[in-house]
Design a protein around this ligand. Sequence first.
Ligand code: SAM
Length: 449
Amino acid sequence: MRWDFLLSWRLSHYSSTLKNDGGDDITLNLVEDDSEEDTQNRVPSDIHVVKEQIHEVIRILQDFRTLGKGVPRSTYVTTLTHLLASYFSYTPYLVSILTPLFPITEVLPFFEANETPRPVTIRTNTLKSTRRELVEKLEGRGVRVGPVGGWEKSGLVVFESKVPIGATPEYLAGHYMLQSPSSFLPVLALAPTENERVLDMCSAPGGKTTHMAALMRNTGCIVANDANRARCKGLVANIQRLGVRNAVVSNYDAREYPKVMGGFDRVLLDAPCSGTGVIAKDQSVKVNKSEKDFQKLSALQKELILHAIDSVDAQSATGGYIVYSTCSVTVQENEEVVNYALRKRDVKLVDTELAFGKEGYVNFCGKSFHPSLKLTRRYYPHTNNMDGFYVAKLKKLSNKIPKGKSDDAGAELDAAEEVSVDASKQTEPTFDDDADAEIIQGKRANHVR
Ligand SMILES: C[S@@+](CC[C@H](N)C(=O)[O-])C[C@H]1O[C@@H](n2cnc3c(N)ncnc32)[C@H](O)[C@@H]1O
């Protein structure tokens, strides 16, 4: 086998001749810098060659002491970054912040999982149906379903469907919501109870609002807010279709809370994010965010989390909780944001009581976070066969803002020039309208597992 690729990358300082698994000589030109410049010209034209190189570099990194040949590990890592970026069509920057999340054996499975759609799942709306009734009705229409897992009682995986799953009479009557299982998790962690006052800060199109209403059995009050007016229409439609009677919709930038209203028992902040957990649904995430965009998102998330905390009543007899969630897997949008909140407010992390999920990072790429960050939970497509997600649950300890901690993210955030992000331009990957439309038209029936 001839390995004639080698990446014509400008800074190819090392060249390493090795035997691959088949005993053939291969030459890896190794890349030292991670500049994104002219990526297209750096890659071999044969995609199979790129794939073989990926396997080769991973093999070396797995047994680096024996196979590293005196080349710095970081050089192999950078080479791998460019190979993965080229093979899966990501920006090298995005690959460079995703790969350190995983042990080397999980890197390729993560990127591969983003190439295949997740199973279609639905949540039974227990305000209108039981799961058993729903299963019987759907099976009568040729929809084969099964439980999402022992951890959740209302979710169903759609294995096969002869009808468009988003247009059955049961769907139109609000007996279920098309919803990924990972988006059940923040609501289960928040665990709102009957008669509470709950704020859903970024709620459109309402998957989690309607789930909360079901858990609260339509009692108490949910303020379902979203900054995007157009998306609020979908939110209102879902609230009506699912028979939710305990929710009011507001259309503010969530940073207006608690000025608009405060003293909530619980707040859900399902924050606008980069969507790196839902690349399988929205491939544009691979290329549409720069380093600066990630900084701006993190800045916005830090502002939002402080406003979420300030909207909760620490003296609540039943609650005093905040759940922060994103459908992104980057540390910058997750642990860093929660760690910031721990420093700025009188809150502590508590157990999410979710049955599974990996622990949040306490140390990551030279950064250290509060040890309690391990109580937060991470979900990945390749390990859980669900959208990538992050969930953290905070308990507010006092309504006083600790001295010297009143400044919000805007003052602290050095890197991001503009903290204010136009909410209407936020990607909303949790519910993908185009993908849903395809499901509604039955085009994705073949993908259903
Ligand atoms: C991840 S989505 C929410 C999904 C929703 N929780 C659900 O389960 O259906 C994030 C939402 O945040 C909204 N958003 C973005 N910036 C906002 C802000 N500053 N204030 C309030 N909402 C915002 C977006 O319009 C988007 O609907």
